[in-house]
Structures are given as C-alpha cells and as structure tokens.
Design a protein around this ligand. Structure first.
Ligand SMILES: [Mg+2]
Length: 262
C-alpha cells in the first residue's frame, strides 16, 4: 500500500490509540466522524479481554463516539471463537474479568475449578494466589494453557504496569507448559475482523501503538499498518526492529489530518 488513502477498511486498536485509561485522546470524535464521511468501514480489535464488547461500546459512547457491539472484537471474543472450533462446550478455568468470563459463558463453555479442558488467562485485576494455584493445578492435571495475549505491559494513567503476558509467563514457569496465544501478534483477531468487514487484505489497514503486537500482527495477517506514537512503543524501539510499519503518525489527530488532506 503506497498511501493510507488506498485503505477502505480499518482494524483499530484501542488502548494507547483511542484513549489512555479513561482519558480519550484529543480529536477522537473528529476521527470517527471522518471515517463515516469517507465511508471507511472499521472494526475495533483489542488484546484487552477485561471488558465485553458492550462495555467497550458504552465506554466509547461516554467519550461521544457511537459504534455497534459487532464492530468490536476483544481477544476474549476471539478466544471463544477459537475454542468453539477446537472443543465446543468444553470445561474451562478462567483467570480474567467480566469480559472474558461472560464472553465464554455466553458461548456455551462451562466454568469449573477442577478437571478443566482449558485454562484461559486474561487480564484480572482481582488476581489472587488461589487463582494462580487453581490454574497451575489444572494445567498440571492436563488442561491446555491458553493466553488471551502475551502483552508484557499494560498502559494506565499511572504509566506501564505488568500486562497479561507477565501472568502467562508465571504459569508457564510453574507448569513447564508453553501457552497457546490468541491475541495479536497472532493473526487470528485480524483475520476474524476482516471476515466481519468482508474486507480484501490489500485494502485493509491495521492501526495500533504497539510494534510487537499491532504491527507484527498486521504483517503476519498480510495487511498494511499504521504505527501511532501515542502509546506504548517508541521511535527508538522502531529503529531496533527487524520489521517496519507502512505508515507512522504522532497520534490519532496527526493520522486524521493525513486522511482529511485527500
Ligand atoms: Mg494499544
């Protein structure tokens, strides 16, 4: 893709792109207005499995942006779709918040603390010693270990804190089992998003702030990428990277100006 203007479909990351914690980025409303005006169709795709698509829709509505639930894919939604193919109605033990637990329950998976087929690990701000113990016991008894993502860190208003990948790594260390990962940079979420948009890969653009997930995932899914400097990754990290995004902008406002200039 030679120009961002060639893209008709966007797959947009949320944390560090649309907001930092509960603070929307400047120009958020104008960005979505322009997408509508230009008839650019989009899906929001996040490795963050702590909220349901409905909760993310409500968060955006509070920031003045209306999107539909089906325009949002979380790594929990992608995990449920993946497990459905492998073993429908399996028994699962979850480390995770509403976004993961509710999504899996609604998809027909059965929660248990013992004898699980899968241990699923997503971000959990009520993580406890007991949950880690149950996860370890289940994996040691033969459950498959699944991580919704392997993000090392998570951006908050206070700065970067430990991400889900740090918890997955702890369980891998305790069980000597390597986790299967669903979220970016695995291409699963981007592929599911393109299916929802009925998008051609050559006209699809991934927009994200993290090189090792958003940009690398786009490359693995065979689509172009926009790297925004408003989140986790930096130009210094980009200089050391052996893969590159197609386009780089300072933030969402800068990207909006580029599309608006057409
Ligand atoms: Mg992000």
């Amino acid at each position: 893709m030679k120009s961002v203007l060639e893209a008709k479909y966007y797959i947009i990351d949320m944390d560090g792109v649309l907001w930092h914690g509960d603070r929307p980025v400047p120009g958020l409303v104008e960005f979505f207005e322009l997408l509508n005006k230009r008839d650019i169709r989009f899906v929001l795709a996040t490795n963050n499995a702590s909220k349901t698509p409905a909760q993310f829709r409500d968060k955006l509505a509070r920031m003045g942006v209306d999107v539909a639930e089906h325009q949002i894919i979380t790594s929990a939604v992608a995990t449920a779709a993946y497990l459905n193919e492998v073993k429908p109605q399996a028994k699962v033990f979850c480390i995770g918040e509403d976004g993961l637990v509710e999504t899996l329950t609604r998809a027909g998976f059965i929660h248990c603390t013992e004898g699980a087929d899968f241990v699923i690990v997503g971000m959990d701000r009520d993580l406890s010693w007991e949950k880690l113990a149950l996860a370890t016991l289940n994996v040691r008894a033969g459950a498959r270990l699944i991580g919704t993502n392997r993000d090392a860190t998570f951006p908050t208003e206070r700065g970067l804190v430990h991400g889900n990948g740090a918890i997955v790594a702890a369980l891998e260390f305790a069980t000597e089992v390597k986790a299967e990962i669903i979220g970016k940079p695995e291409p699963i979420m981007y592929i599911q998003a393109m299916q929802r948009l009925q998008a051609e890969p050559s006209r699809t653009l991934a927009v994200g702030d993290r090189l090792e997930t958003d940009v690398l995932g786009a490359i693995r899914a065979g689509i172009a990428s926009v790297f925004l400097l408003s989140g986790v990754s930096t130009l210094q990290q980009l200089a050391r990277c052996d893969y590159q995004p197609n386009f780089i902008y300072r933030d969402l406002q800068d990207f909006t100006r580029a599309i608006a200039s057409a």
